[in-house]
Design a protein around this ligand. Structure first.
Ligand SMILES: Nc1ncnc2c1ncn2[C@@H]1O[C@H](COP(=O)(O)OP(=O)(O)OP(=O)(O)O)[C@@H](O)[C@H]1O
Length: 289
């Protein structure tokens, strides 16, 4: 049995025109959890709420099995968080930031930090105001990987990075979670990255948690069928997640791929990507029309 690193029960955060509504979510230790959802779905609100940056209401919020309010300092020294931009003073250099971090984190590893800066081709002594967006984010990753964090939380952190650096970072994250007590929670609109590394997908839609499922379960059970109206009408309504009308046919996302394949042996049913699952949930009608 996996332990949960984060446990959230009935978390609600209300803004004037948006509510993150009653979210309950467990993040299992040793896994990568991809948090998906359209713009404004509430991903950043959830991440900031679970970190206590935003005040929210809940019946339970623990990280490392400890109450966040009581043990905030202790908990946070074991977490690395990267948002979609750097929060460091732009006059600072990576070298100076390394010194600051060595005073902040008891487990700071300066050698490792320098190794990552070198790997990501980040100059030590240049002010970060002269960095490109990607360089600033790479420096954030070098920091996150250098203080022996147990939990890495990324909020759209890879969005400014080129595919090669993203690939390097995904590999580092994958290696990181090979240790059973290392966990990653990452929100990203680059769903192909999530296809590569996620063990679980949590899907927020209009402030509600639509589901959290293992990637294998999604891959195994969900399927996309392209076909005529007649073919698709023969499917059981309960198996249909969403239907999209294409110019010359219908596409349907189903949640019962294996059983349907048994009934229609010749039918081609493809396995969906995270992006396709999002599209069908968000845009697909529930019925054929
Ligand atoms: N400080 C705030 N005050 C008022 N409303 C806010 C605040 N922060 C976020 N919101 C609202 O909460 C909703 C969810 O925003 P949030 O940033 O959590 O979404 P998201 O899923 O992270 O979106 P994106 O993918 O665009 O980053 C939006 O309608 C936003 O306007």
């Amino acid at each position: 049995m996996l332990n949960n690193v984060i446990e959230i029960k009935n978390l609600t955060k209300q803004f004037d025109d948006f509510t993150l509504n009653n979210v309950s979510l467990n993040i299992p230790s040793g896994t990568v959890v991809g948090l998906i959802g359209e713009n404004g779905a509430g991903k950043s609100t959830l991440i900031s709420s679970l970190l206590g940056i935003l005040k929210s209401n809940y019946t339970k919020l623990t990280i490392f099995n400890k109450d966040l309010k009581k043990y905030e300092k202790e908990i946070k020294s074991d977490i690395a968080v990267i948002f979609d931009e750097t929060h460091f003073n732009l006059e600072f250099t990576p070298k100076f930031i390394g010194l600051l971090m060595s005073k902040t984190y008891p487990n700071w590893d300066m050698k490792l930090y320098h190794k990552y800066l070198e790997q990501f081709e980040i100059p030590l002594k240049k002010k970060i105001k002269k960095f490109s967006r990607g360089m600033k984010m790479k420096m954030e990753f070098a920091i996150a990987f250098s203080h022996d964090a147990k939990l890495i939380i990324l909020d759209e952190a890879t969005s400014g990075l080129d595919p090669i650096v993203r690939d390097e970072i995904l590999n580092i994250l994958r290696t990181f979670t090979e240790e059973e007590d290392h966990t990653v929670l990452m929100s990203s609109h680059i769903t192909s990255d999530l296809d590569k590394i996620s063990d679980y997908i949590a899907y927020l839609h209009h402030g509600e948690l639509l589901f959290m499922k293992s990637y294998d379960e999604l891959h195994e059970n969900y399927g996309i069928i392209h076909g005529s109206k007649e073919l698709l009408e023969s499917l059981n309504d309960d198996d249909i997640i969403g239907v999209i009308k294409e110019p010359y046919h219908y596409s349907v996302l189903v949640n019962n791929r294996v059983e349907i394949q048994k009934t229609f042996a010749d039918l081609e049913i493809s396995r969906p990507t995270v992006e396709e699952i999002m599209l069908f949930y968000a845009k697909g009608a529930k019925k054929l029309c």
